[in-house]
Ligand binder design. Structure first.
Ligand code: NAD
Length: 268
């Protein structure tokens, strides 16, 4: 057995993460950097991503940020190129950026379907495509996509989002078969309810725009009741799993969907 700090650590690794200005993407960026990786942070919210990169640099770790709309192949290519120009290559890619989508199937418009597929599915696909040659050139790497617990628990009015996340899971299964011989591993998280801006978006707000505490408590209670542990997730719960999947500790794992959901889908 090797040194555990080395096996679970990322010293000398170069990582790119999208959705890094907020929630899970932010936690991923902070945890990978703390584990020793040099990180490139992309987000539509360029200012937010720069704020996260700055706080990582202030801790003494290496981070740069760049505005990136993952729905644009050019912008995703440019983000991955930044890892090479800034730090010399790419070892880890975390495709975290994603958006929710509400609406019954019968009323979905082409415009909305195209918008959500462009971000949640094509954005992830573009990242994978940009990463493959860069990782292959270094003898391998780890791609971590973000699917969702919504692929297991259908919810009325959330079908479009769930379709994109099921497609991300399938992309993960299929790509793992195609790139394993180049030393590239491909895994996906399927997070359960994790408290971020994503989960808070539908909560009632008071006249100042602050989330109404009673509505927040009710939401958290309903999510906790789905877990045998009685828990909802924090962004770091997803971030620590990403660290495992990015590190050599998971060298035998690829093509898997990791259900980090407090057990919410296990009793069904
Ligand atoms: N929070 C949950 O309960 C939960 C559960 C399952 C899956 N997820 C998935 O986790 C991922 C992260 O979600 P989160 O909970 O951290 O949400 P969040 O809203 O806190 O963060 C999402 C980030 O993605 C960025 N983003 C949105 N559109 C983008 C685009 N086109 N290009 C680049 N960046 C863009 C946002 O600016 C934001 O910083 C998403 O893919 C989401 O679908 C979240």
């Amino acid at each position: 057995m090797g040194d555990l700090n080395e096996t679970f650590g990322l010293a000398g690794r170069i990582a790119v993460g999208t959705g890094a200005a907020s929630g899970i993407g932010r936690a991923v960026a902070e945890i990978l950097a703390e584990a020793g990786a040099q990180v490139v942070l992309g987000d539509l919210d360029a200012e937010g991503a720069e704020g996260v990169a700055k706080s990582i640099r202030e801790r003494g770790d290496a981070a740069v940020a760049q505005g990136c709309n993952v729905g644009s192949r050019e912008e995703v290519d440019a983000l991955v190129d930044r890892a090479a120009s800034e730090f010399g290559g790419l070892d880890v890619l975390c495709n975290v950026a994603g958006v929710p989508a509400d609406g019954l199937v019968e009323s979905l418009t082409d415009e909305e379907v195209d918008r959500v597929f462009a971000i949640n599915l094509k954005g992830t696909l573009y990242g994978c495509q940009a990463a493959i040659p860069r990782m292959a050139a270094r003898g391998g790497g780890s791609i971590i996509n973000v699917s969702s617990g919504a692929i297991d628990l259908p919810v009325p009015g959330f079908s479009l989002y769930s379709m994109t996340k099921a497609a991300v899971a399938q992309l993960t299964h299929s790509l793992a078969q195609e790139v394993g011989d180049r030393g590239i591993r491909v895994n996906a998280l399927a997070p359960g309810a994790t408290i971020t801006n994503f989960t808070k978006r539908r909560l009632e707000r008071d006249e100042d725009g602050k989330i109404d505490q009673a509505s927040f408590d009710q939401f958290v209670g309903s999510m906790e009741s789905m877990s045998p542990l009685g828990l909802v997730g924090e962004a770091s719960d997803q971030g620590y799993l990403v660290l495992y999947l990015a590190s050599d500790a998971s060298r035998f794992c690829t093509g898997q969907i990791w259900r980090s959901n407090g057990g919410a889908t296990t009793g069904r």
